[in-house]
Structures are given as structure tokens and as C-alpha cells.
Design a protein. Sequence first.
Length: 229
Amino acid sequence: MSKIIIAIDGHSSCGKSSTAKKAAANIAYSYIDTGAMYRAVTLYFLQNHISISNQKEIETALENISIEFRINAAGQNQTYLNGLNVEDEIRKLYVANKVSEVSAIAAVRHAMVDQQRKMGKKKGLVMDGRDIGTVVFPEAELKIFMTADPLVRAQRRQIELMTKGDVLDIEEILENIKKRDIIDSTRAESPLKQADDAVVIDTTYMTLDEQVDQVILLADMVVLKKWKA
């Protein structure tokens, strides 16, 4: 049967990346974490003191940024920035606090979208982010919009950070999540919004496995429909 593109959009910390990653592995599709791409750009900007209000600095920086994904020995997807593994660093809160501002920059989004579209040419791809079904792949055969209660998202984020050795107050994390929601949904360039033909999955009371099963079920239905057609 032919392969499809599965576009998963939604709010931060609602399970998009974990679900997309596991679903892709289960159906032998490629997985692209676009959020990690924007986090990597943000990390580069922070490390190199790039002003987000200086267009020339931004354009020069983007020319010097190379992002790729590699699978480690444990089968985990790792983000590499200019040849260095930055998977753990880009998940830290100081990067999360700035990523929405950086990803709202038109030049940054255009550069990342170009890369993402190249990755999807052969299909057989699961990609998650904020604008995958609306901007990157508006023709995707399956579009999903994921959301969850903000407090539940903050609790999940807190657990994730704790596993990496970062202990943060739940209120600080919740504030960061609410701030990102506002910036992501109101930015002028490719705002976060649900595609008209997207299937909504509220993960507030769902386990990761239930989320993965739902995505795979929807994908199977789309592929079967295409095959019958």
C-alpha cells in the first residue's frame, strides 16, 4: 500500500512528539521533530548572542546552521546542531522560554519549512509541530491536532525535566506553557491553528500508548481508503 504523510500539530507538552515518534516507529515511517529544529535554532541564537531584532544577524546565522537527526544505539532520535548532539540541551527551560519568539521570525520559519518539505518528498513520514498541516504539508493525507489541559501539560513537562535532572516549580512551567500558547497562536507568521480537516485528539486523560494507537488507527483508515480508491 502507498505511504502517506501524517501531520501532527498542537500545543506544547500535549504529547505530540512522543506520540509521533512512537507511531512512526510502529509503522516503519520516518519521524521528524520540527519542534527540535526550532529549539536548535534558538540554542544557536542564544549561544552566539544573535539579536532577534537584527535581520542581517538572523540571516547570517541561518546560513551557518545545520540540523540533522540521528538514531543512537538505543534507537532514540537525537538532534544534532552543526555536528554536535544537543538533544538534552534544547529541552532545558531557558531554551523553551525563547523558542516561541525565535520561531515566530519569518526568516527562521521559511528556512525550516524549506528543510521540512524536502524531508517529506518521499512520504512515509510523521512530522509534528505547530504548522505542519496548515503550512508545511497542507496536502497531507492525515492531519491531527493534539491538545490537553494546561495543568496536565505542565505536570508532564515537569516530569520530563525531572528525568533530566532539572527540578522546577510547577507554576513556573505552567506560566511558560501559557505564554507559549499565546505567542504560538497569535504570531503573524504561520500561527498555531487547527487545520479545517484535522482530527482533534484531546490527550488530557489518555496514556501515551492510547495516543499512539489512535494515530495508527487513523492512519490505517486513510491508507485503506486510498488503496480501495
